[in-house]
Design a protein around this ligand. Structure first.
Ligand code: GLN
Length: 249
């Protein structure tokens, strides 16, 4: 039951250490004896899902996003969209998240086409608006286990994302989220997750890492369960930030 991570544009979209999401998934699988392959998918390279896959799409500056938008606009984007429609798991962070919607409009007015996984779009900040920067705490419904959970991370984006007909990943407790006004953060549809949270996101939010892994492996075996791990360090890292953000410290 090998898990294959397709790391989209690994060398271009790795802002604020988003590569840590790859490391977190790999380690939490290997600590449980689940082998992992990581396949970097760069410009001009097609995606070839093998059945037990997960796609990661990190953050990047407008320049990198413009360079890869064309690459995504053809069959590659269609393959990733079809993968999601078939129940495949994708995590997009910030710039990668923005390109999972219909378009990302840069401050220069250039509309970069997205893959259309999420029914959302991203507009540029107005000249008198600041970038949305800071630590973020989000309440996240986790329907898989009928829980209300939380994630913590760091955001730095100029773009303002608006959900057209799409569920958010969660609601902002502290920070800005999608656009700093409607209280939403990220997006979620089927097993596709989008978020503005860098950090990287997954090491401090082990429940989400395990949920992504379960989504993938349960496509092969619906009864699959993950052995629990000692998450004391991860929980300490989470609490050190969430407590501060929720005003508990
Ligand atoms: N370039 C995009 C923006 O500024 C995304 C930035 C990022 O990935 N941190 O909104």
């Amino acid at each position: 039951m090998k898990l294959t991570i397709h790391h989209l544009y690994a060398d271009m979209m790795n802002l604020y250490g988003d590569r840590g999401n790859v490391i977190s998934i790999r380690k939490r699988c290997e600590w449980r004896g689940i082998p992992v392959d990581v396949v970097d998918v760069g410009l001009g390279e097609r995606v070839r899902p093998t059945g037990c896959d997960l796609f990661l799409f990190g953050g990047g500056q407008d320049r990198e996003q413009a360079l890869l938008a064309d690459d995504l606009s053809g069959s590659k984007g269609a393959d990733i969209r079809a993968f999601v429609e078939d129940g495949g798991t994708v995590l997009g962070v910030c710039g990668g998240y923005q390109l999972m919607g219909h378009f990302y409009e840069t401050p220069e007015g250039e509309r970069l086409p997205g893959v259309g996984i999420f029914d959302l779009h991203t507009e540029p900040r107005k000249p008198d608006e600041a970038r949305l920067i800071g630590n973020v705490l989000v309440d996240v419904p986790a329907p898989e286990d009928d829980e209300e959970r939380q994630v913590v991370g760091f955001e730095n984006h100029g773009g303002r994302t608006y959900l057209d007909d799409c569920e958010p990943l969660g609601r902002v407790v502290a920070g800005f989220g999608n656009n700093g006004t409607d209280g939403t953060e990220g997006a979620r549809r089927l097993n596709a997750y989008g978020t503005y949270l860098h950090g990287s996101l997954l090491p401090k939010n082990p429940w989400l890492t395990d949920q992504l892994i379960l989504n993938v492996l349960r496509r092969r075996d619906a009864s699959f369960e993950l052995e629990p791990l000692d998450d004391a360090a991860e929980h300490h890292a989470f609490e050190s930030m969430s407590g501060r953000l929720a005003g508990r410290r």
